[in-house]
Write a protein that binds this ligand. Structure first.
Ligand SMILES: [Zn+2]
Length: 83
């Protein structure tokens, strides 16, 4: 009889762990697009040459007329410089 109770407890604990794990996975999956959205919410700069959005902290920059332009690559920066 005690063995049955122990098994029942084990099964309940196991199910609870599994459901928590599943919820964690589902939340993790649900969070990723949201995290992506949050990243998109970070003020991004637009590469004026190819139109790609870049993260200002990681992008190449060029100054002109007191404004900073951000570029995805050296080619874009040179293309913009050559204009
Ligand atoms: Zn570019």
């Amino acid at each position: 009889m005690t063995r049955v109770i122990l098994w029942a407890i084990l099964v309940i604990v196991l199910l609870r762990a599994v459901s928590r794990l599943m919820r964690g996975i589902l939340e993790g999956m649900g969070h990723q697009p949201r995290a992506g959205g949050r990243r998109a919410g970070v003020p991004l700069a637009r590469d004026p040459v190819c139109g790609v959005f870049v993260v200002p902290g990681q992008a190449l920059t060029a100054q002109r007329g007191g404004t900073t332009q951000y570029f995805c690559s050296e080619q874009c920066r040179q293309a913009w410089d050559g204009r």
